[in-house]
Structure formats: structure tokens, C-alpha cells
Design a protein around this ligand. Structure first.
Ligand code: SF4
Length: 289
């Protein structure tokens, strides 16, 4: 397959085909909600929409998000070659209406019209020892991005100190303040430690974990499960209409910090949790959810 076409296909799949683990989590949420409630009705509509988007190869949401690529490639591969192909693919995918034009110049207010612009799409590129290229894509909705936030501990308004209990308080605060905006039920990616930038980076990388995939360290895994339970007792519910499902999952990771800083970055993904992976090896392309 021509590589530009392969990237267009990656974008099409991401925009139109919700990963099965996310759909399953939404289905379980639907089963949990009581008959006749707005929560049940919202989840039913979301699940119908997911099915129709897949069957008709149309975007599952009118906002097809920002294009964020995470690429791992062997030494010797030329970055600019792949970036150029992806920019071309983004323009084609926009033309084919798999993507809405979502790249706006913040100075002039002009939309580029094809999802290509300065740092759009955005690329995180790493080198690795494998003899294959892994391209992971997030289509990140703008509404859900707006409710992401970052705290600096200690945080006096909540009496949140520099420990896991302090982290717990600010995460609950962030979801409480969102009140269903960002199109709940959402999924949280939390990055503890690092600096202003790397805490956010760590938080977004959590979105490549599968629903229910717990952190390998028990203390963090237990923390994730406790938070998921507590957040789902806030009764914010799907789209903020009340209900038992405010979040589908909570993914947390940490990294070392400077002694003087303690950041907690919280990234929020909406129900339209769009991620896809593509592997290029020996000229063959394979897609994964
Ligand atoms: S937050 Fe997500 S579901 Fe809501 S409009 Fe944006 S992309 Fe769509």
C-alpha cells in the first residue's frame, strides 16, 4: 500500500471506528444506568452513534479533534519523510471529510482548511531499537482538552499537600469543576511529577492504555481504582445529566520531580476516545486498536 494512503486510512479509522475496549466500557456504563434516566438515554445515543459512524465510515463526532502523532522509528529513518507524508495524508483526509478542518492560526484567526499548519499535526518522535516503525495517533477533542488542567502542590484551597492524598484531592476537584463538560463520560490521564511540560506529556501518554489496564505498581493501580469509584459517585454522569458513570477509567503515572515543584497534570478525554496504532515493517502496514 502507498504510505500516504496508509496514513489516510489510519486517520479514517481513528475518526470513524471507536476502539472496542472503549465501546465495551460505554456498553457496561449503559447497562449500569437505571431505565428511564437521562444517563441511560445519553449512553444509548452515544452507542448508536458509534455503530452508525463505523458502518457508514463517517466521523463519530463533528469535532474530529487535534491530530497528535507519537512515532517510534529506528535510527536511520528520516523524520521529515514521514512528517511530510502525514501532512499530505491529513489534507487528503480533510478533503474526504474524515476530518473537520481544525487548525486555526491564533494570530489571524484563519483556519488553514486542511488540518495542516504550524505544529499541526503535532509530532512526538522517538528512536528505538526495533526494526519497525510504530505510529500512534490520538484525535483529541477540543472540548475535552479545555477541561484538562494542571495543579501545583501544595494547593491551599483544597488543603492538598505534596502526597498521594493531595493528588487525589486535585483530581476530584478537576472532575467536579468540569461538571460533565468535555463530553462525559470521560477518561482521565494523570501525570504526577516532572515539570510543567512533561507532566502534561505523561498524562496524555496514558491514553494509549486500554480500558481497565492498571498501572504495574500496586499502589498506583489501587489509587486508580479508588479514584474511578469515587469519581463515579459524584453523580455528574454522562454529559453532566447525573448518573452512575462520570468517568470510564482513570490512568495515572508518575516521574521524578524537582525538589521545589510538584505538578499534577490532568488530561481529559471525552467519550469519543479516538486512538489507533499503525506498524510499518518490511513495507507492510498493520493497524491495531
Ligand atoms: S469533547 Fe469530544 S465528544 Fe465532545 S464535541 Fe469534542 S470531540 Fe466531540
Amino acid at each position: 500500500m502507498d504510505l500516504t494512503e496508509a496514513f489516510v486510512e489510519l486517520l479514517r479509522r481513528a475518526s470513524t471506528d471507536l476502539p472496542p475496549d472503549v465501546e465495551q466500557a460505554l456498553r457496561e456504563a449503559y447497562e449500569r444506568e437505571d431505565e428511564g434516566t437521562p444517563a441511560k438515554s445519553v449512553l444509548r445515543t452515544i452507542l448508536t452513534n458509534v455503530k452508525l459512524a463505523r458502518e457508514n465510515s463517517v466521523p463519530m463526532c463533528q469535532d474530529t479533534g487535534s491530530l497528535i502523532f507519537y512515532i517510534d522509528m529506528p535510527e536511520g529513518e528520516k523524520e521529515s519523510y514521514y512528517k511530510d507524508l502525514i501532512r499530505k495524508a491529513a489534507a487528503i483526509a480533510t478533503e474526504k471529510q474524515y476530518l473537520r478542518p481544525n487548525a486555526v492560526d491564533p494570530i489571524t484567526g484563519k483556519n488553514s482548511g486542511n488540518n495542516v499548519g504550524k505544529n499541526a499535526p503535532f509530532f512526538h518522535i522517538s528512536r528505538w531499537d526495533k526494526d519497525e516503525i510504530r505510529v500512534r495517533l490520538l484525535l483529541k477533542g477540543g472540548g475535552s482538552e479545555n477541561v484538562g488542567t494542571q495543579y501545583k502542590l501544595p494547593y491551599a484551597p483544597l488543603k492538598a499537600g505534596r502526597d498521594l492524598e493531595g493528588v487525589r484531592k486535585v483530581i476530584i476537584d478537576a472532575v467536579y469543576k468540569a461538571q460533565g463538560l468535555g463530553c462525559a463520560p470521560g477518561t482521565l490521564g494523570v501525570g504526577i511529577g516532572g515539570d510543567r511540560t512533561t507532566s502534561y506529556m505523561l498524562s496524555k501518554e496514558q491514553f494509549f492504555r486500554k480500558m481497565g489496564e492498571r498501572h504495574p505498581e500496586k499502589v498506583i493501580a489501587d489509587f486508580e481504582m479508588r479514584l474511578k469509584d469515587e469519581l463515579n459517585q459524584l453523580n455528574i454522569g454522562p454529559m453532566g445529566f447525573g448518573g452512575k458513570t462520570t468517568v470510564l477509567d482513570v490512568f495515572v503515572d508518575y516521574q521524578h520531580r524537582h525538589p521545589a515543584t510538584f505538578y499534577v497534570a490532568i488530561s481529559y478525554n471525552c467519550w469519543a476516545f479516538r486512538r489507533k496504532t499503525m506498524i510499518i515493517k518490511n513495507g507492510e502496514v498493520t493497524y491495531y486498536d
